[in-house]
Ligand binder design. Structure first.
Ligand code: RBF
Ligand code: MG
Length: 313
């Protein structure tokens, strides 16, 4: 996939460009359906399958930095879009000046003339630009004159409101800890990425369960509690059990994200780690002592092993 991060890089329009435009936070199943429609249409007209997205998230610019916590940061978003089979990702640097562009100018000068758009794939309620002027009616009305088609995938009409997959619903689901349901909407597990940092050396010494403490970049943290996870380090995947929270047994109220990896003893301080949340096991609890906590972690590890073993069958 070709990644274009500035419109100035585009010297000549793409061959029969088929475009879909959006924030694509989470790159979930709904987004994948749109991208599949783009790829299908591009196949039909011998064209280029293009996704246009924005960075930073428009709400970060328009609402003075307050935006919902992102499900996927740019790096992960790019990877997921690439995995869908899209030919070109155009990422627009979203600024107040860009936001102020007249939708008609954006459509004619940028999408049609610069990018060479011959078809646009739009979801339901689709609209871009100031005051959401660039909606489906507007796109349809301009299509004849500017020489592009509007493709509205027919599955969109059949969707019941309750079945609609949205980034908002996925965020809520992750915040509520239901990572299994989040996975069913994402089409993959919710993943955070970060670096293994030094903890307080309590896990191994006091409890017999050493943990990799993670300083993660992601904005969205699953609800505090214990989860069955898999983790990727140096391109290898490991099973484990994670605790997200403040370890209330210790009463120091310090947030940690930590993973105990099964059958693992390497030194991984400073390494990059990706953690997939497979299933939620329980709430975090305050135990009356270390033995009780340690016994519970042992049970958690067994439960997680069982869940992960089932998955591989
Ligand atoms: N700490 C708690 O205070 N309460 C818990 O319920 C709790 N559950 C945990 C479950 C797992 C699977 C793991 C790995 C850790 C858990 N911890 C919990 C955190 C534990 O106190 C921590 O790993 C050590 O303090 C080392 O940082
Ligand atoms: Mg630790």
């Amino acid at each position: 996939m070709k990644v274009i991060e500035s419109l100035a890089e585009i010297e000549i329009p793409f061959e029969n460009a088929v475009v879909t435009i959006g924030n694509f936070d989470g790159v979930h199943k709904g987004h994948h359906s749109l991208m599949d429609a783009v790829i299908k249409k591009a196949g039909e007209i011998g064209g280029t399958a293009i996704v246009m997205t924005f960075e930073p998230h428009p709400l970060k610019v328009l609402r003075n930095g307050s935006s919902p916590p992102l499900i996927t940061l740019y790096e992960q978003k790019k990877e997921r879009i690439e995995a869908s089979g899209i030919d070109v990702l155009i990422c627009i640097n979203f600024t107040e000046e860009f936001a102020a562009l007249d939708p008609e100018y954006f459509l004619e000068k940028i999408l049609v003339e610069k990018i060479g758009m011959k078809a646009i794939v739009a979801g339901r309620d689709y609209a871009f630009g100031k005051n959401r002027k660039g909606n489906i009616d507007f796109l349809k009305a301009m299509g004849g004159k500017l020489g592009y088609q509007v493709v509205l995938p027919d599955w969109i009409e059949c969707l019941q409101e309750g079945d609609r997959i949205s980034s908002t619903r996925i965020r809520e689901t992750i915040l509520s800890g239901d990572v299994g349901r989040a996975a069913s909407m994402l089409g993959r597990y919710y993943q955070i990425r970060g670096e293994v940092v030094r903890g307080r050396n309590r896990g191994g010494k006091l409890l017999g369960f050493p943990t990799a403490n993670i300083l993660f970049q992601d904005e969205l943290c699953p609800k505090y509690g214990v989860y069955a996870v898999t983790a990727e380090i140096d391109g290898k995947r490991f099973d484990g059990v994670a605790n997200m929270g403040v370890s209330p047994t210790f009463g120091d109220d310090m947030f940690t994200a930590e993973v105990h990896l099964f059958d693992f003893s390497s030194d991984i301080y400073g390494k990059k780690i990706k953690v997939d949340f497979i299933a939620r096991l329980r709430e975090e609890k305050k135990f009356s002592g270390l033995d009780e906590l340690s016994a519970q972690i042992k049970k958690d590890a067994e439960t997680a092993r069982e869940i992960l073993r089932e998955l591989k069958r």
